[in-house]
Design a binder for this molecule. Structure first.
Ligand code: RIB
Ligand code: NA
Length: 311
C-alpha cells in the first residue's frame, strides 16, 4: 500500500479565545487569552495519526490565501503528503471561532469556505491514493456527498473505512452506514442520529445498537470522561471501555485525537480487537485534553509509553 491512512476532510484555521465562561446571546465578556491554531476535524485526525508514526495523505481544499499557504506548510511540517491538498481562489480557507471556558468546555462556529468546494474532480485525482490505502477516514465538515463518494471509492477497493459523522446532520444519507466499517460518533451526535438521549453507558449502548442495525460493521459511541462503548456486528455483548482520569484544560479536538489514533491502530495493528484499539485511542486523546488547543496538544509517538505500540 502507498499510504497507511488517507483522510478526505476539512481544514480550518482555529481562532481561539479563552474566557471564564461562554458568553450568552447578545453578551460581550472579557477573555484572557487568544491564539490562532491549525484545526478542522479532518486535518486534526490526519495529523494525530501522522504523529503516531504512519504514512498519511490529506485530500482537502483550502483558499489561495495566507491561511491556506500556512496550512499547507503545517501538513509538511507534520510529514503529511500534500499532493492532494488543493487551493482555490473562489473561497477562503475554512475558519472556526472557538471559545473555551475555564472548565475546558467549548462552543464553536465554523465557516467551511473552501472545504465545501472539494468535490468529485479532486476525488478522481486522488483515486490512486484512496484505493491504495489501508484506512480511509471521513467526517462531515465538507460536502456530505463528497464524503460519501470517497467512502464508496474506498469500499470498492476493499479499503477499511472510518466514518465520524461530525458535526452531525439530522438527515444523514443512510448509505453512510452501509459503507462504514467503523462508525464513530460522540454522545451528542448519537442523540441527533437516533433521536434518543445518550448520557449514560447504557443509553449509549442502546443508541449504538440502533446505529449498528443501519448497516455499519462496528459502532463506537464516545462519552468523554465516561470512555466509550464498542459494538460489533454479529456480537451481542456490550463492551464498555472506561477513559483514563484526567483534569481537562481544553477538550477541543479530543474526539479528533481519538479518531486519528483509532485509524493508526486499524492501519498498523489490524488484528487487534476493536475495543483494545479504542482503549488505547482513549489514552492518546486523554493526553490531548491536558493542554490548550487542538493540534498543539496532540502527542507524538515519542511522548507516549512504548506499550501503546506493542501488539
Ligand atoms: O473537532 C475540533 C475542530 O472542530 C476544531 O479544530 C475546529 O476547527 C472545528 O472544526
Ligand atoms: Na487540547
Amino acid at each position: 500500500k502507498v499510504f497507511d491512512i488517507v483522510v478526505v476532510g476539512s481544514c480550518m484555521t482555529d481562532l481561539v479565545s479563552k474566557a471564564p465562561r461562554l458568553p450568552k446571546a447578545g453578551e460581550t465578556i472579557h477573555g484572557h487569552k487568544f491564539f490562532i491554531g491549525f484545526g478542522g476535524k479532518g486535518a486534526n485526525q490526519c495529523i494525530q495519526a501522522a504523529r503516531l508514526g504512519v504514512k498519511t495523505a490529506m485530500v482537502c481544499k483550502v483558499g489561495k490565501d495566507f491561511f491556506g499557504d500556512n496550512y499547507i506548510q503545517n501538513f509538511k511540517d507534520n510529514g503529511v503528503h500534500t499532493e492532494f491538498v488543493k487551493q482555490s481562489s473562489d473561497a477562503v480557507t475554512g475558519a472556526a471561532s472557538i471559545t473555551v471556558d475555564d472548565a475546558g468546555e467549548n462552543a464553536i462556529v465554523i465557516v467551511a469556505g473552501a472545504n465545501m468546494l472539494l468535490g468529485a474532480e479532486e476525488l478522481q485525482e486522488a483515486l490512486p491514493a484512496i484505493s491504495h490505502t489501508k484506512v480511509l477516514v471521513c467526517q462531515l465538515e465538507i460536502s456530505p456527498q463528497t464524503s460519501l463518494q470517497a467512502m464508496c471509492m474506498a469500499r470498492d477497493n476493499k479499503v477499511k473505512t472510518i466514518f465520524n459523522p461530525a458535526p452531525a446532520i439530522p438527515d444523514l444519507d443512510p448509505d453512510f452506514y452501509r459503507v462504514s466499517d467503523v462508525f464513530c460518533c460522540n454522545e451528542s451526535e448519537a442523540e441527533l442520529l437516533t433521536g434518543t438521549s445518550v448520557a449514560s453507558v447504557e443509553e449509549a449502548h442502546r443508541a449504538g445498537q440502533k446505529l449498528l442495525k443501519r448497516g455499519c460493521g462496528s459502532v463506537i459511541v464516545t462519552l468523554g470522561p465516561q470512555g466509550c462503548v464498542v459494538l460489533k456486528g454479529g456480537e451481542p455483548t456490550l463492551k464498555h471501555v472506561p477513559a483514563p482520569e484526567v483534569t481537562a484544560v481544553d477538550t477541543t479536538g479530543a474526539g479528533d485525537s481519538f479518531i486519528g489514533a483509532l485509524a493508526f491502530y486499524m492501519a498498523n495493528h489490524p488484528h487487534m480487537p476493536l475495543e483494545e484499539m479504542a482503549r488505547r485511542a482513549n489514552l492518546v486523546a486523554g493526553v490531548s485534553v491536558r493542554e490548550i488547543g487542538t493540534q498543539t496538544s496532540f502527542p507524538y509517538r515519542r511522548d507516549l509509553p512504548n506499550e501503546y505500540f506493542q501488539e
